[in-house]
Write a protein that binds this ligand. Structure first.
Ligand code: RIB
Length: 307
């Protein structure tokens, strides 16, 4: 039996407000919705929930505001059993919120108010240095302060903790200070193009983009390509791991589920990367068949059948 990984996530906590519609509204259009609900979200928190539901020891560093949304999120993540010692409540900041529209094809559009996610500082990260140092993996996204992420990755690198960057939502110029302390990067097709300037059309273009990312000093690259699966490149090995074929009703948090679940089974030397991707693909194939972010993330017992 595998030993349980210890995973720390530095990142965002959002309360998601989801509206389900038949089709996306055009500018100026008014339409009726099919359903409206609130649930746990935020890329960081979703990844933490995925890791924890796959039974990794999971710790979180981030921030909420002093409001109802913050209280709801703190309670939800506490119920998951995630260690929230590193979550600070910031006065005069709203808890992050995401307004998500999902159409009948399962596609979504998301607007985020970052609030407290964009207000926690490197000093706050330093206060939880030991939490990071005691981890196997540290994961971050681009929904919270960049300076705090760089601080966390720098602490991790010095302590031989493997760093995983999910550059979402992407921005064009990722600082060198972050790239040089990143061990693995997990962008989707769009984020890969924004980062590298290479349009992802086929496996050759993915390999080309991966080479650029390796040249920046990143050891392992996974490019997620939705219903097609994921491309990987590490230590001279590369290839596609196909996705499980399912009917998607809501793709929200599919990528987050993939990263959190994959990290729960990944070995620090990436020797089982292909197998871990398969596990992540299985997990996200369940997520897309359910509505909402955190409510849709599967538990380990749902993933234990032969994959
Ligand atoms: O990746 C999905 C997440 O993006 C949602 O839960 C929403 O909060 C946004 O952060």
């Amino acid at each position: 039996m595998n030993e349980m990984n210890t995973i720390t996530i530095v990142g965002s906590i959002n309360l998601d407000r989801t509206i389900r519609v038949e089709k996306m509204p055009k500018p100026g259009e008014t339409m009726h919705t099919k359903e409206i609900f609130s649930s746990g979200g935020g890329k960081g928190a979703n990844q933490a929930v995925a890791a924890k539901r796959s039974e990794a020891k999971t710790q979180f560093i981030g921030a909420i505001g002093q409001d109802d949304a913050g209280q709801v999120m703190f309670e939800l993540l506490t119920q998951e059993g995630i260690d929230l010692t590193g979550v600070v409540t910031l006065e005069n900041q709203a808890t992050g919120q995401a307004y998500i529209t999902v159409d009948s094809q399962g596609e979504n559009s998301i607007m985020i108010h970052a609030g407290a996610n964009n207000a926690f500082t490197p000093a706050h990260v330093r206060a939880h240095q030991q939490t990071i140092e005691q981890s196997d993996f540290l994961i971050a996204q681009f929904e919270s302060t960049l300076a705090s992420t760089i601080e966390a990755f720098t602490i991790a690198r010095a302590a031989d903790v493997v760093t995983i960057l999910n550059p979402a939502p992407a921005f064009t110029k990722v600082p060198e200070a972050l790239l040089k302390v990143t061990d693995m990067i997990v962008p989707n097709e769009t984020e890969t193009e924004i980062l590298t300037g290479i349009k992802i059309t086929d496996e050759a273009s993915m390999q080309e983009a991966a080479t650029v990312l390796h040249d920046w000093g990143i050891q392992a690259v996974i490019i997620t390509v939705g219903s097609k699966g994921a491309f990987y490149s590490v230590d001279g090995r590369s290839g596609m791991v196909p996705a499980f074929k399912v009917e998607a009703v809501d793709t929200t948090a599919a990528g987050d589920t993939f990263i959190g679940s994959l990290s729960s089974v990944l070995k620090k030397d990436f020797s089982n990367l292909e197998e871990a991707i398969r596990y992540g693909n299985k997990a996200s194939s369940l997520t897309v068949q359910r509505f909402g972010a955190q409510p849709s993330i599967p538990y380990k017992n749902e993933l234990s059948e032969e994959i």
